[in-house]
Design a binder for this molecule. Structure first.
Ligand SMILES: [Mn+2]
Length: 367
């Protein structure tokens, strides 16, 4: 039996002490998972570091963490596009990462590097700005070993909705016919941060997704793939990383009166490693109400999770709106109706009606 632990897009960083601590804690858990499942290989399919400068500053830490891997577990590391950021022609192998030089597949080995092991052969495709040379690449005949391709990039046939909106991104694609042509059994991919499993000409391919929340919007459990090959078959399991937490998006409607008692529910189900992004909406009569609620959100969540961000851009400030004659008439009628509301859901509807009414009045007054 052959076992691979496959991950990509860890984006180890030292941007802030908190992000450094967090990203390296996820590396620790990946190493733990590899040990727990007795993986033969840890496959790192690119964007292991956020920028080349993070290799320069972090290689000792990285090596130290990897040294905890069981002896039998070998590491295969291919360069992603992020390893090219701030690179200045330097090579990954000029730093000691605790991985044999032949197992670090840097961009200068493009279009392809072949690595042969006892019971598996790897076709490693580091990130390239142009994959045209790949179709011409000379590849050895496949043996009867398991043949795994490792690549960092977008493969033709990947659904568009899975693509990351990466500002460093150029739309370069790997022609997926390569894998069939060279008899690949499994394709380990990196680059897309959303976990994606698909087939290329009948060949199983997987983006395990970023194993940690790299940025806003990366929702869902953060996972790595354990792939087991035995007797010409394989079995893939997604392992969830606790240390990674999750990204959670929460909508919170501001009430005109600044009553934020509903905030107590906001922390329900939030985990200690989560990144919670709160979008405020609704109407405020004065800016200070927004500030007050924002502070309350931080106070409620900060101690409960790893990171909190509050977006107040969805709140409309209607200064002095309740003083206009039209608004006063509207609110007088509203008070009567609202007082008759029987249930919570009715009261919520009235609150929403009040917001919409006041917005209409504001539009009317501004004509
Ligand atoms: Mn990435």
């Amino acid at each position: 039996m052959l076992k691979l632990l496959h991950t990509a897009d860890l984006h180890l960083t030292r941007d802030t002490p908190a992000e450094m601590q967090y990203s390296y804690s996820v590396l620790d858990e990946i190493v733990e998972k590899a040990n727990e499942h007795a993986a033969d290989f840890l496959v790192l399919a690119g964007d292991v570091f956020n920028r080349f400068t993070d290799i320069e500053a972090g290689h000792r830490d990285f090596k130290e963490r990897l040294s905890k891997l069981q002896k039998k577990c070998e590491v295969i590391y291919i360069a992603g596009n992020h390893e090219n950021l701030a690179r200045k022609k330097r090579k990954i192998n000029s730093y000691d990462l605790g991985i044999p030089a032949g197992h670090v597949v840097d961009s200068d080995t493009a279009p392809l590097q072949y690595i042969e092991k006892a019971n598996v052969e790897f076709l490693c495709i580091p990130h390239q700005d142009d994959y045209a040379a790949l179709s011409e690449a000379v590849v050895r005949e496949r043996s009867n070993k398991v043949r795994v391709a490792v690549a960092h990039g977008i493969v033709t046939g990947t659904s568009l909705e899975a693509l990351v909106d990466d500002e460093d991104e150029k739309a370069v694609v790997i022609d997926s016919s390569f894998f069939k042509k060279h008899g690949v059994d499994f394709v380990c991919l990196g680059h897309i941060h959303k976990k994606t499993d698909f087939k290329i000409d009948g060949i199983e391919a997987a983006y395990p997704g970023s194993p940690r929340v790299w940025r806003k919007g990366e929702a869902g459990a953060r996972q790595v793939n354990l792939i087991q090959f035995e007797g010409g078959r394989y079995h893939k399991t997604a392992l969830t990383l606790k240390s990674a937490g999750e990204y959670r998006s929460v909508d919170f409607a501001l009430r005109l009166d600044g009553d934020s008692s509903a905030l107590s529910k906001i922390a329900d189900g939030v985990g200690a490693q989560d990144f919670v992004y709160v979008s405020l909406s609704g109407i405020a009569e004065v800016q200070t109400v927004i500030e007050k609620v924002r502070r309350e959100i931080y106070e409620t969540l900060e101690a409960r999770c790893r990171r909190v961000e509050v977006d107040t851009s969805g709140v409309q400030v209607l200064a002095g709106i309740t003083q206009s004659t039209l608004a006063k008439k509207f609110l007088a009628v509203w008070e009567i109706r609202n007082a008759a509301a029987q249930t919570d859901s009715e009261r919520r509807l009235y609150l929403r009606a009040r917001e919409l009414g006041l917005l209409e009045i504001k539009a009317e007054l501004e004509k």
